[in-house]
Design a protein around this ligand. Structure first.
Ligand SMILES: Nc1nc2c(ncn2[C@@H]2O[C@H](COP(=O)(O)OP(=O)(O)OP(=O)(O)O)[C@@H](O)[C@H]2O)c(=O)[nH]1
Ligand SMILES: [Mg+2]
Length: 330
């Protein structure tokens, strides 16, 4: 039986053949499917169009998946929460995900084999009265996707993890720094005040992992003499829990922030949840964090903590310290 196709169909068919992108082809295919007359003579043709339709849809889906992977649209930014954002960075299998799982409630994938992490996982680590935001990342290697470096550039502190059971701790350190350098990221001491480029300069500290394994102590020594106080080095084990108790303070200190508490005049001296501000902030900065009008309107503040005597009256540009309690007077 002849198909008896209308001239519009022939015309659309020609456009279909000339179309380049799968999206364009799919749009014309829709037209073709609507134009083809529905009778016995076109049955084979309609099956063929349906087959093409399915194939094109699969092709488009795969293309979208690939683009998402390579551009990492979903992972380019992670909203900062808590007292600061810390990325867990290191070579494959060094124990990043294990550390996240040990100190937060997050459940990242952990495996004996390398390259087990392929997306970021966020966890909140409690430290005294604040929370530190940790981000577990895929490892540094030739396969590292650009979004990993984007997240490192945005964080407040890098925790560079190095496997203390590795026979070559020094080489590992230089390999990790080398990958970062290629992405124009340079790590400096957590105390460094010089954060000007070229590229991105990030404060960092080194976390030696798997300290329970043989030769870890010796490798830790090697590493410490190599970095020669350029970076603070802490040793931890998620197996024995060694060092995990001190990790919170080390990371908090690495963030270079201060916790400041406030109370209203006449209220008893009591520390509620703190405001977290960059180290070096003044009393006026604290007032601004509370409310922008207060920054304008207050006359002076009283400080309990870093001041010479409790409740001392201080000026607007007084620099606050971690743990200070402030009382604002209009
Ligand atoms: N003995 C010991 N093994 C550990 C410790 N931490 C991690 N491991 C082991 O090291 C292996 C790798 O751990 P992961 O946490 O998956 O390492 P990772 O750095 O996240 O690995 P990638 O995501 O693949 O880069 C696993 O077999 C862990 O059980 C530790 O403190 N002690
Ligand atoms: Mg991992």
């Amino acid at each position: 039986m002849p198909a008896n196709l209308p001239p519009e169909y022939i015309e659309a068919e020609l456009r279909f053949r000339a179309a380049k992108s799968p999206e364009e082809k799919l749009a014309i295919l829709r037209e073709l499917m609507a134009l083809v007359p529905k009778h016995k003579g076109t049955e084979k043709l309609r099956v063929e169009l349906k087959r093409k339709w399915t194939k094109l849809q699969e092709e488009i889906q795969q293309q979208q998946k690939k683009q998402k992977g390579s551009r990492g649209l979903a992972y380019d930014h992670i909203e900062r929460e808590g007292a600061g954002q810390i990325t867990l960075v290191g070579l494959p299998n060094c124990g990043k995900s294990s550390l996240l799982a040990a100190v937060t409630n997050a459940k990242p994938d952990i495996a004996e084999y390398p390259f087990s992490t392929f997306r970021p996982t966020v966890g909140m680590m409690p430290f005294e009265d604040v929370q530190l935001q940790l981000i577990d990342l895929p490892p540094l290697s030739e396969f590292t996707e650009p979004w990993v470096y984007s997240l490192i550039r945005q964080c407040d502190l890098v925790a560079l993890l190095l496997d203390l059971s590795s026979e070559t701790p020094g080489d590992d350190l230089f390999a990790a720094l080398g990958w970062l350098e290629k992405a124009r990221i340079r790590l400096v001491s957590h105390q460094s005040r010089e954060l000007e480029g070229p590229g991105t300069v990030k404060r960092a500290l080194i976390v030696g992992t798997k300290s329970d394994l043989p030769n870890a102590a010796q490798h830790l020594q090697e590493l410490c003499s190599l970095v020669d106080s350029q970076f603070r080095v802490i040793a931890v084990s998620t197996l024995s829990a060694e060092g995990l108790g001190d990790l919170g303070r080390a990371l908090f200190e690495g963030l270079n922030v201060v916790r400041v508490y406030t109370k209203k005049p006449g209220q008893p001296i009591k520390k509620d949840l703190p405001y977290v501000l960059p180290a070096g902030s003044t009393v006026t900065d604290v007032a601004r964090a509370i409310h922008k009008d207060l920054a304008q309107s207050f006359a002076y503040a009283r400080v309990w903590g870093s001041s010479e005597f409790p409740g001392q009256r201080v000026e607007r540009n007084y620099i606050v310290h971690d743990g200070d309690l402030l009382e604002f007077h209009e």
